[in-house]
Design a protein around this ligand. Sequence first.
Ligand SMILES: [Zn+2]
Length: 239
Amino acid sequence: MRPSDPIFRQSRLSACLGAASVAVAIAVSLHATPARAQGPLMPYSAFLPNGDDEGKRQAAWVLYQGAEREARTFAPGRWIPVVGVLYSSADRGAADWSANTRLIHMQDKYDATTLFHEVFHPAFHNSEFNPRPFDRDNAWNEAFCNAFRYYAEKELLPAQTDWARKFDRIATMSQAEGLGNGDNRMRKYVYPAALVIKRAGGQRGSMDTFRTMWFELIAMRRQRGAPVLDEVFGFSPPG
Ligand SMILES: [Zn+2]
């Protein structure tokens, strides 16, 4: 199902309207099985069952489904189903996806856009950018998850967030400026994500231009039989 389809539009609109209409949208979107999906989506009962705000949960579910549908298209024949999404305890990191449990955890102070990053981890993890043994392309996993979140936000939210705007700003800066304090977060999660987003078109780009770039980069890697991302983006995130 494309984002321009009426059913998807209804889900997107309902996310802004509140719990009652969201419930209707959930029923509609669960009924529509996109042709390109591989494997079933987790049941609603596995999605954030341990919170105390049902309205927030339902709105997040609509957005999560939209993001997972997109993430699956980056991993044709390779998608690893997410089996559950849970709120984690405060002593855990902000959010994470585990290849072993196939669960996403996040702290309940965050919202559904945090899940957009996490739901791309299964796509990257089983892609050709993540071979065994690892090579340099693997170091780009967090950057691509943030780039996916940027384009999922563009696709699914009514307006750009401050989180996304930051990447547009960094894309106009020199490397030294864009790296800011140069800590691990900036070198692995932020600056290289700005490079990926910029190459896919930034504000003028879309989920489609990002996806096209992804498959072009995979084709380039296949052709060379070697990592390509450091060279293409002119940067080396920490591994
Ligand atoms: Zn991550």
